[in-house]
Design a protein around this ligand. Structure first.
Ligand code: PEP
Ligand code: MN
Length: 338
């Protein structure tokens, strides 16, 4: 339910409405806009009664949210959410590029790649220290040591760090190193993990599950927002279909659907979406043309030796060419690239 306060509503009136919401056992999510404050009302109890709030001083109107997802919905918040990642604005006019290897392998590897992607225009460095691998016998990531290597790459290049967290127990440690914590496709509906990152104040890059509908994904996003963390960057990374020519199928439609339904920024991951380095640039261009706010791309200076996802990683010169092409699409879309 959404309670819209009158443009001139006082702080006392807003607080009184929030108090009443809590008294009735619901949770209040106030959103302070330029013109007016709106308050989202959520809870597991039965649907709140509009009439109880319509009569309160300062309340202009009360409406139910028609969609199954609530806090992520544009019905609640019309203006796009812009997330400040230590000075890099995500979800604004600028198209933001995150790039780096699938996994952190050594300090030399991550620093070499970080320098290359920064030179080509990336603002953030990706690299997994905790890897969700299909087999327990595949490389699982360097964990704490990998995080230390990411910190070294940040010191060298100034790039912001994006790295995945797999388990609740690792959140505190990962948050010490990450500027953005990634929740991967396999954890898209790991609700306790979503709740736990919702209690942090780190921006979250939250990937769609490979078999998750957009509606399920956006409802799951509410777990993060309901915990108090509104800084979520959604990421379409390809879904499972009957097609075998590519690793996954990039659901470009999802970008447009999310843009229409939600105020949150959305990125595209053309690397996991296609699974082949020679297809990444085309998928990247398509993502930006569909309205994505940014891209996350796997880059490796020696892809043939990479410990994970080498086949889909661009070499630094291929990445630079990819960004040159993406830049032209971004400009056509009225976006800037710093
Ligand atoms: C990754 O980013 O390397 C990764 C494992 O991605 P996804 O969760 O999309 O498979
Ligand atoms: Mn990968």
């Amino acid at each position: 339910m959404i309670i819209s306060m009158e443009a001139g509503a006082s702080q006392e009136q807003i607080q009184a409405v929030i108090g009443r919401i809590q008294e009735l056992g619901y949770k209040a999510h106030p959103i302070i806009g330029v013109e007016r404050t709106v308050i989202g009302v959520v809870g597991h109890l039965k649907r709140p009664q509009k009439e109880l709030f319509e009569v309160l001083p300062g309340v202009e109107n009360v409406v139910y949210i028609s969609k199954p997802f609530k806090l992520v919905s544009k019905e609640l918040k019309r203006e796009p959410t812009v997330i400040d990642v230590e000075g890099v604005k995500v979800g604004g006019k600028e198209l933001v590029i995150i790039a780096g290897p699938c996994s952190v392998e050594s300090e030399e590897q991550i620093v070499t790649i970080a320098k290359a992607v920064r030179a080509a225009g990336a603002k953030m460095l990706r690299g997994g220290a905790y890897k969700p691998r299909t087999s327990p016998f595949s490389f699982q990531g360097l964990k704490r040591e990998g995080l230390e290597m990411l910190a070294a790459a940040k010191r060298e290049t100034g790039l912001k760090i994006v790295t995945e967290v797999l388990a609740i127990a690792d959140i505190d440690l990962v948050c010490e190193y990450a500027d953005v914590i990634q929740i991967g496709a396999r954890n898209c509906q790991n609700f306790p993990l979503l709740e736990a990152v919702g209690r942090t104040s780190k921006p979250v890059l939250y990937k769609r599950g490979m078999s998750t509908t957009v509606e399920e994904w956006l409802q799951a996003t509410d777990y993060i927002l309901d915990g108090g963390n509104g800084d979520v960057i959604l990421c379409e990374r390809g879904i499972r279909t009957f097609e075998t020519a590519t690793r996954n199928t990039l659901d470009v439609n999802a970008v447009a659907v999310v843009k229409e339904a939600s105020h949150l920024p959305i990125f595209v991951d053309p690397s996991h979406a296609t699974g082949h380095n020679h297809l990444v640039t085309a998928a990247a261009r398509a993502g930006v043309a569909a309205g994505a706010d940014g891209l996350i791309i796997e880059v490796h200076h020696q892809p043939e030796k990479a410990w994970s996802d080498g086949h889909q990683s661009l070499k630094p010169d291929q990445f630079a060419e990819c960004i040159r092409q993406v830049r032209r699409v971004a400009e056509a879309m009225g976006r800037t690239m710093g």
